[in-house]
Write a protein of this length. Structure first.
Length: 293
């Protein structure tokens, strides 16, 4: 058995499975995933990347084998990547031995390095939750639930938490915040994609990149992907172009002003017609505004 123990985590290999356990101070995505057992048939390759402080051990999986990597689509940072391990300088020899052992097993088993047509890893355990920005997403295997916080737009909070059964989900997309651009976790209903920006979409989280925990939204996306029919096709479909901000964002006016409430009613009507709000959500939000008037 090959084993390497580091503060960043522990990897072991018994000839059939690479077992990965994150360290206690690992990235929230890795901690939420917990222990991962990667069968040899899911491995495309392994490498050790040395640097002046030690290096990084990196396991490369076959395309489509892991739902988390499928949902992330290459956008995970190294710290969040469950298949990368930071190696200290005095353990580089152990890392190189680990690489040799896994490579020998791949040669003996004649494992191809090409993509697979189904997930070979189970994905996040259920129930799973994650996100940040303007709310939190959770999934129990049957229903996605989006709960809003105080930073969400009134058009979301007025309607209360949004729920979407798996049977109504056509696709799920995750994009982290990059630079000054917000990210999102978006669930597209079978009725068709929503053109409103994520901050106004009842079935999307608006991710701002304010903390590492926002990355945990990718785990919700991965868990949903494992249960969607033709998940690969759903993720590969082109994302709809976002609507111009000026068409969706209301002007900021003093709270409590009568004109503001009238404007809110018009916004809710537009979101309802665009399919962002269901009939029940629109009715609930509208009554909340009318009570304020």
């Amino acid at each position: 058995m090959a084993e390497i123990i580091q503060r960043d985590g522990t990897w072991t290999f018994d000839g059939d499975t690479v077992r990965i356990v994150p360290g206690g101070k690992a990235h929230p995505v890795r901690l939420a995933l917990g222990e991962i057992a990667v069968p040899v048939r899911a491995v495309a390759g392994i490498s050790f990347e040395p640097d002046r402080k030690g290096g990084r051990l990196r396991l490369r999986l076959r395309g489509g084998a892991c739902p988390v990597l499928r949902a992330a689509d290459g956008r995970l940072k190294d710290g969040a990547d469950p298949y990368a391990l930071t190696v200290e300088k005095d353990r580089t020899g152990v890392a190189e031995y680990f690489v040799d052992e896994v490579r020998n097993a791949l040669l003996i088993e004649q494992v191809p390095d090409g993509p697979v047509d189904r997930f070979l890893l189970p994905g996040p355990s259920l129930p799973v939750s994650g996100g940040g920005g303007d709310g939190t997403a959770s999934f129990d295997g049957e229903t996605v639930r989006l709960t809003w916080n105080w930073k969400a737009e009134e058009s979301k909070t007025a309607g209360g938490p949004a729920t979407l059964p798996l049977s109504r989900i056509a696709a799920v997309r995750w994009l982290p915040s990059i630079g000054l651009e917000n990210g999102y976790l978006r669930f597209e209903p079978v009725e068709g994609p929503v053109s409103a920006p994520p901050k106004y979409d009842m079935y999307a989280l608006d991710l701002w990149g304010m903390s590492k925990k926002e990355y945990t939204a990718v785990l919700v996306a991965a868990a949903v992907l494992t249960r969607l029919p033709r998940a690969g096709a759903a993720l590969d479909a082109p994302a709809p172009a976002p609507a111009p901000a000026e068409a969706a964002e209301p002007a900021a006016l003093p709270a409590g002003d009568h004109d503001v409430l009238l404007r809110r009613l018009r916004e809710l009507g537009e979101l309802h017609r665009a399919g962002v709000l269901t009939d029940d959500e629109f009715s609930t939000a509208k009554q909340a505004v009318l009570r304020s008037m």
